[in-house]
Design a protein around this ligand. Structure first.
Ligand code: SF4
Length: 137
């Protein structure tokens, strides 16, 4: 499912100007467009685990890798990055916004969900299974 289109359709139904969407409203719409309860629970569990793991320091990355992920997103080479009206970042590919997207930048277990057509790899990879000293910089 293309969540980006579904979210903007729903925002239009709610009468929300798509250029004035806060991260709170955006995340409400992102939850509402999940096609079924199983998908919603799976996505919510992943997002919550990322948020809790990174905010408690259980999941960490070297600062330069975290910064590299954020920079990659903000270049918008993928065409899926945006900034919401409250200044929070959003990835339209996974419909993660604000603290949820920022937690992904710190989370070694997740990768960008979009494949770069030039490299045939995600725009930024997971660091799963790598020791801190072996992680690319
Ligand atoms: S996570 Fe990937 S698809 Fe999403 S904004 Fe960042 S680079 Fe783009």
């Amino acid at each position: 499912m293309n969540y980006e289109v579904a979210i903007y359709r729903l925002l239009a139904e709610w009468g929300v100007n798509p250029y004035r969407v806060t991260s709170t409203i955006y995340m409400r719409a992102a939850i509402a467009v999940r096609p079924d309860v199983a998908t919603l629970l799976k996505d919510a569990a992943k997002a919550s685990m990322s948020l809790v793991g990174t905010s408690t320091g259980v999941l960490t990355l070297p600062p330069e890798i975290e910064a590299g992920r954020e920079t990659q997103c903000r270049t918008n080479e993928c065409g899926r990055f945006g900034t919401l009206s409250d200044g929070e970042p959003v990835c339209h590919a996974c419909s993660c916004a604000g603290a949820f997207l920022r937690s992904k930048w710190k989370n070694p277990l997740v990768a960008c969900p979009v494949t770069n057509k030039k490299t045939l790899k995600p725009y930024w990879p997971t660091n799963k299974g790598k020791k801190i000293e072996d992680q690319p910089t």
